[in-house]
Design a protein around this ligand. Structure first.
Ligand code: FAD
Ligand code: NAP
Length: 519
C-alpha cells in the first residue's frame, strides 16, 4: 500500500540529530517528513523504564555551552551540566520553537529504504511502544534521506569463558536504570569497562547500597577527567589554540592538567594503556573519591566466570551477584539493503566508510548519515547540527560534494590520521574532536568562523571554547545574537593568561635575539 506521500527530504529519527536536521532543512523551506519509531522526541535523552538511553540519574558530561543547538542556547538558569530531564525539556522547547513537531510521524518505524532512480523509496510501519506492528507497510518517496538513528542502541555484549556456569546475573548497561530498579542494592557487583556508563553505574551502585567494594574490570584502563578544572567546565579548555599545538605537546599539557586535579592515574590503579587524548574522556567528579575510600576497586580484565565467581586475568577472584557489562554499542543500520549497507558499514570492526562520516562516496549527497560521530572533547549536538546544515546546502545545490574518487582518497587519509591518533578500539572508530571537525565541515559551506571577520571576539575564537553559537557568526542562516553568545562563554584563566605569558616571553626573546644580531 502507498500513502502517496512524496517529500523533498525524509529524516529518520527524532533524537537530537534528527531534530537538528529537520530544523535546518525547514530553514531552507524543504518539504520534509521525520519518521520516529517511538512516541517521543529527544531519542536517548527521554528517560524510559524499558527502552534504551539515559539512566535515571544521567547528566550531560559536556557543558551546556558546547552541548546545545547553535541558535538556541539553554535558559540562563540552567546548570553547567544539565540533567537528562532538563535536556529532554530543552530539546522539546527547541522543536516547538522552530515548529518541527508537526512534521514528525510518531510511532512510525522505517523498515527499509531502497534506492530508486530519482531518490529513495521508504517503507514504514506503525508500531506500539514495544515495537509490535500496528499496521501494514506504507511506502513513501523522498529525493533525499537523512539517517539520524543514533549509534548507542544496539549493545555490544561480550562473551566470557564459563559464563553458562555463572550463578549471578549478567546484564548490559543499556538495561540499567539505577541500582534500586535493577535490584542491585546489597549485591556484589562487577562492572565491565571504564567508559562513562561504567563509571556512572559503579558510582550509582556504590552510593545506593551495593556491597562494597564495587569492582570495575578494565582491559585498557582510563584517564579519569574531572568535570571542573580551576572552577571551569573541563571542555571549556578545548579551544583552537589547543588543537593547533603539536599533538604530543597538547597531550602533555592535558595530562598535566588532569593529574593536577586527580594525581597520577597509576596511583589509583587506573593504568591507562593510552595517552589522555587518544581516547574518549571518561568524565567523573566522584570515581577517584570512591576509589580512595575503597568503595570502588579497579580490577583487570575478566578471564572467566565460574559458579559464583568472577576470575580476573591477574588470578584474583571474587564472589559476585551480578556482572554489568558497560561495554558500549554497535553501529546498527538494519533498514538498509545489504548491497547498500556493505558500502557503508563494516559490522565486524564497527567502522563506517563515509566521507567526513556523512556521505558514501558511491552514493553521494542523496543519503546523509547525521550524528555518526563519537565526540572526543565536546558534545555531539553541534556536530550533528553542522552536518545537517552542510546536507541542507548540498540539497539546495549551493555547494557540491567532490568526485567519488576524491572522496574515497580523503576518506582513506582521514582514516589513517584517525588511526594514528586514537587508541585502537571499536569505541574509537568514529572518534573526532568537535572543534576540529566542526571547523572542517563548516568551512565547506562558509560557516567556519574567520578570525579577521570578527576582530572583537578573535581572542575568544583562539583561546576560548566559544560554544556552538560560533558556527552562526557567518555563512547561511547566520544568527544576529551569535557574537553576544560567543562573548558570554568564559575563557579559562589558564588559556587566557597562559597564552598571554607565552606571547610576552616570545616578544622578549625576539627582542633580545634582535639586539644580539644587530649589536
Ligand atoms: C547514557 C548515554 C548518555 C550520553 N551522554 C552524552 C553526553 O553527555 N554528551 C555527548 O556528547 N554524548 C552523549 N551520549 C552520546 C549520545 O549518543 C549523543 O550525544 C546523542 O544524544 C545521540 O543522539 P542521536 O539523535 O544521534 O541518537 P538517538 O538519541 O539514539 O536518537 C535516534 C532516534 O532515532 C529513532 N529511530 C531509530 N531507528 C529508527 C527507525 N528505524 N525508524 C524510526 N525511528 C528510528 C530512535 O527511536 C531515536 O528516537 C550519551 C549516550 C548515552 C547512551
Ligand atoms: N552523559 C553521561 O554521563 C554518559 C553516561 C554514559 C554514557 N555516555 C556516553 O555514551 C556513549 C557510550 O558509552 P559507554 O560507556 O556505554 O561505552 P564506551 O564508551 O564504548 O565504553 C565501553 C567500555 O567497555 C570496554 N569494553 C568493550 N568491549 C569489551 C570487552 N569485550 N571486554 C572488556 N571490556 C570491553 C571498553 O574498553 P576498550 O577501550 O578496551 O575497548 C570501554 O572501556 C559514550 O558516548 C559516552 O560518553 C555518557
Amino acid at each position: 500500500m502507498s500513502d502517496s506521500s512524496e517529500y523533498d527530504i525524509a529524516v529518520i529519527g527524532a533524537g537530537i540529530s534528527g531534530i537538528a536536521t529537520a530544523k535546518c532543512l525547514l530553514d531552507d523551506n524543504f518539504r520534509i517528513v521525520v519518521y520516529e519509531k517511538t512516541d517521543h522526541i529527544g531519542g536517548l535523552w527521554q528517560f524510559t523504564e524499558d527502552g534504551y538511553g539515559v539512566m535515571r540519574f544521567t547528566h550531560i558530561n559536556v557543558s551546556k555551552q558546547n552541548y546545545c543547538f547553535s541558535d538556541f542556547p539553554f535558559p540562563d538558569n540552567t546548570p553547567d551540566y544539565p540533567s537528562h530531564v532538563q535536556m529532554a525539556e530543552y530539546i522539546k522547547s527547541y522543536a516547538e520553537h522552530f515548529d518541527v513537531i508537526k512534521h514528525i510521524k510518531f510511532n512510525t518505524k522505517v523498515e527499509k529504504i531502497e534506492k530508486v532512480p530519482s531518490g529513495w523509496k521508504i517503507s514504514t510501519v506503525k508500531v506500539d511502544k514495544k515495537g509490535n506492528h500496528l499496521s501494514g507497510c506504507k511506502k513513501s518517496f523522498a529525493k533525499f534521506v537523512a539517517i539520524a538513528t543514533g549509534h548507542h542502541a544496539l549493545p555490544n555484549m561480550p562473551h566470557f569463558d564459563g559464563q553458562e556456569t555463572f550463578r549471578g546475573r549478567i546484564l548490559h548497561s543499556v538495561d540499567y536504570k539505577d541500582a534500586i530498579t535493577n535490584g542491585l542494592v546489597g549485591k556484589k557487583v562487577v562492572v565491565v569497562g571504564i567508559g562513562n556508563s561504567a563509571v556512572d553505574v559503579a558510582v550509582n551502585v556504590t552510593e545506593l547500597g551495593g556491597e562494597k567494594p564495587i569492582s570495575i574490570s578494565t582491559r585498557s584502563g582510563a584517564w579519569i577527567v574531572p568535570n571542573y578544572i580551576q572552577g571551569y567546565p573541563t571542555d571549556h579548555y578545548a579551544c583552537r589554540l589547543f588543537f593547533w599545538l603539536p599533538w604530543s605537546v597538547a597531550n602533555f599539557i592535558f595530562e598535566l592538567i588532569v593529574q593536577s586535579v586527580y594525581g597520577s592515574p597509576w596511583h589509583w590503579n587506573l593504568n591507562p594503556k593510552m595517552r589522555a587524548l587518544q581516547t574518549q574522556p571518561t568524565v567523573s567528579p566522584t570515581l577517584v573519591h570512591h576509589i580512595q575510600r575503597r568503595n570502588i576497586e579497579i580490577k583487570p580484565n575478566i578471564s572467566a566466570l565460574q559458579g559464583n565467581n568472577v576470575i580476573f586475568t591477574d588470578g584474583s577472584e571474587i564472589v559476585a551477584d551480578a556482572v554489568v557489562c558497560c561495554t558500549g554499542y554497535h553501529i546498527d543500520l538494519p533498514f538498509l539493503d545489504t548491497n547498500i549497507k556493505d558500502l557503508i558499514l563494516d559490522e565486524s570492526s564497527n567502522k563506517i566508510k563515509l566521507f567526513k562520516n556523512v556521505f558514501s562516496p558511491e552514493i553521494g549527497a542523496s543519503l546523509a548519515f547525521i550524528g555518526f560521530i563519537q565526540p572526543a572533547s565536546g558534545g555531539l549536538l553541534s556536530v550533528s547540527e553542522t552536518q545537517a546544515r552542510w546536507f541542507s546546502e548540498l540539497c539546495k545545490g549551493t555547494v557540491k560534494l567532490p568526485t567519488a574518487e576524491r572522496m574515497q582518497q580523503e576518506f582513506r587519509q582521514d582514516q589513517e590520521r584517525s588511526e594514528g591518533i586514537f587508541y585502537a578500539s571499536a569505541r574509537h572508530t568514529i572518534q573526532q574532536d568537535p572543534i576540529v571537525y566542526n571547523d572542517e565541515i563548516a568551512a565547506l559551506f562558509g560557516a567556519k568562523p574567520q578570525l579577521w571577520k570578527h576582530p572583537s571576539i578573535a581572542w575568544n575564537l583562539i583561546v576560548g571554547t566559544c560554544g556552538a553559537a560560533q558556527y552562526r557568526l557567518q555563512g547561511p542562516h547566520k544568527w544576529d545574537r551569535a557574537k553576544e553568545i560567543v562573548h558570554s562563554v568564559p575563557i579559562t584563566p589558564l588559556m587566557h593568561y597562559g597564552t598571554m605569558l607565552i606571547i610576552v616571553l616570545l616578544v622578549i626573546f625576539t627582542f633580545f635575539l634582535f639586539l644580539k644580531i644587530w649589536f
